[in-house]
Ligand binder design. Structure first.
Ligand SMILES: *Cc1c(COP(=O)(O)O)cnc(C)c1O
Length: 375
């Protein structure tokens, strides 16, 4: 069994994808070809964000967002320590410092109450804290109404790291459109992936969009006229062509497939949840999950992992070591015990095989093996 069967998806769409790539090879505009704009148009139509700019990765999307807000040395940006490192790495990359806030124990996303507490009690000067980066962990949007409420009265931007949640929705609006800037990733294993690295930046603000456009192309507003310092943050035409070919299948079939797989897991694991052995993922009301990961909180995780391995069932830990405990962030001065909920989850979460193309019987098999462990 595979954790995520990317080859199966390719086989399903082979003629469309091969043809889309062949067209790029023929027209020869390998960077900045017409497929880039096509993808951006599909992405604005889908998310409801006014503007979208394709870029080189989900990490670069975050860096571009912070560059657009001129975040730099001496500044702070608030985020969660329970995420992939890119969410906080981008803050350090532009010379600023991450300020961590613990997570909500049900959703594992940033806790709005603790966010407000930090803003109300910190002795860092108000004008040095520039904004908040939220993460839609495992493919479910954070609680944006509560987050906006917590940010009220403070002059802060909200960047939504939707790397895992492209295709999810919060109160009727698709992910990517909740922040002042939204970012996503098209890394192959994300819900909507290309065949290499890729990302997208979203905003409703025309001025920010223009700046993002310059930033991803060396700060150029016209050829060889560099208005600001930027970077090479463009997305290759071939990757855009692949995503265009996959877009409708993702939108109309794969999101449903992922939710059907999650529903099956939920039903089959309910007895174990009722018995207190595992905690099933919590889905917020008025929210569509896209299940980048199907992640349980379990007792005796080491034992369960060994048992799964013995039965040839792949699994993964997202994430074993919270960011405030990472050596790369040692200079921030955080210590063990600073974010107890996130530290507990790091020890108890386990992600099960998930993709839009699970074979018949695979989920049943995973659940049987898990049940046999807790018997
Ligand atoms: C994958 C991921 C990223 C980074 O995306 P890349 O395209 O791999 O650079 C950022 N944030 C989160 C939460 C992610 O899961």
């Amino acid at each position: 069994m595979q954790f995520c069967n990317l080859k199966k998806q390719y086989q399903e769409l082979k003629p469309e994808i091969d043809n889309a790539i062949a067209q790029v090879l023929e027209h020869g505009m390998y960077v900045g070809g017409p497929e880039v704009g096509e993808l951006e148009k599909k992405c604005t139509d889908f998310t409801g964000a006014k503007f979208a700019k394709a870029c080189s990765s989900g990490t670069d999307a975050l860096v571009l967002a912070l560059m657009a807000y001129d975040v730099g040395a001496g500044d702070y940006v608030i985020t969660t320590p329970f995420t992939f490192i890119a969410t906080a790495e981008c803050i350090s990359l532009v010379g600023a410092k991450p300020l961590f806030v613990d997570i909500d124990p049900q959703t594992y996303n940033i806790c709005p109450k603790k966010l407000k507490e930090l803003l109300d009690t910190t002795d860092i000067p108000e004008d040095k804290i520039k904004g908040v980066i939220t993460v839609d962990l495992y493919g479910q949007c954070a609680d944006y109404d509560a987050i906006r409420e917590a940010m009220k009265g403070h002059d802060l931007f909200l960047v939504q790291d939707a790397a895992q949640s492209f295709g999810a929705a919060y109160k009727g609006k698709n992910a990517g459109s909740q922040g002042d800037i939204g970012t996503t990733s098209f890394f192959p294993a994300k819900p909507f992936g290309c065949y290499g690295d890729g990302g997208m930046v979203f905003t409703d603000d025309a001025e920010l969009d223009l700046k993002l456009n310059w930033l991803r192309n060396h700060g150029q507003n016209e050829r060889y006229n560099h208005k600001i310092i930027g970077m090479n943050g463009r997305l290759d035409t071939i990757q855009c062509a692949v995503l265009n070919a996959k877009f409708d299948r993702f939108r109309y079939v794969e999101i449903k497939n992922r939710n059907n797989a999650a529903d099956k897991y939920m039903a089959l694991l309910k007895p174990l949840a009722d018995a207190g052995k595992v905690v099933l993922p919590y889905v917020m009301p008025d929210s569509v999950h896209v299940w980048a990961q199907f992640t349980l909180k379990v007792e005796d995780r080491d034992g369960l992992m060994a048992h799964l391995q013995k039965n040839d069932i792949p699994c993964a830990i997202h994430y074993p070591k919270p960011l405030h405990m990472q050596e790369a962030f040692a200079d921030l001065g955080y210590k063990k015990g600073d974010f107890p909920i996130c530290e507990e989850m790091g020890k108890k979460v386990i992600s099960l095989p998930m993709c839009a193309y699970k074979e018949d019987g695979e989920i049943e098999e995973v659940c049987e093996v898990i049940s046999s462990f807790y018997k």
